[in-house]
Structures are given as C-alpha cells and as structure tokens.
Design a protein around this ligand. Structure first.
Ligand code: ZN
Length: 71
C-alpha cells in the first residue's frame, strides 16, 4: 500500500518516511519497503505476512464493506 498511519497522520511511502508505521485498515504494523523497477524505484508499505490475513488493505483493490456483506 502507498499510505500508512502514524500518530493519527497519513504517511506516504517514500525516501523520507519512517521505517515502521501502522496499517490504516487493520492497525497492524507495516514496514517500509523499496522496490527497484525500470523507472528507478518505488516505495510501499508492507504488512507482516501473519498479520495481513483478513486485512482489507492487503489487496490492491480494497473490498468495500457493502461487498463483504454480500459474501
Ligand atoms: Zn492491514
């Protein structure tokens, strides 16, 4: 994910961002990660594997509450 929360503020992933923050969806800890690609590098927040289960922010297209009720 591109944005995380810390002390109630939204923080975009990037070079100046802190190493750890909080998932805005489920409150679990997320770690800052850098991925290299053709255009240079991209930054993103990554949730720990064991804590991402059931988190709506895990997928790139968030599942809305109304959609969840239909399942
Ligand atoms: Zn989460």
């Amino acid at each position: 994910m591109k944005s995380a929360k810390m002390h109630g503020k939204t923080i975009e992933a990037g070079a100046g961002a802190p190493e750890r923050a909080m998932c805005p969806h489920c409150g679990a800890e997320v770690l800052l990660r850098r991925r290299k690609n053709i255009d240079g590098e991209s930054w993103y927040w990554r949730q720990k594997a064991g804590e991402s289960r059931g988190c709506p922010g895990r997928s790139l297209t968030p599942i809305s509450n109304s959609y969840r009720k239909e399942i």
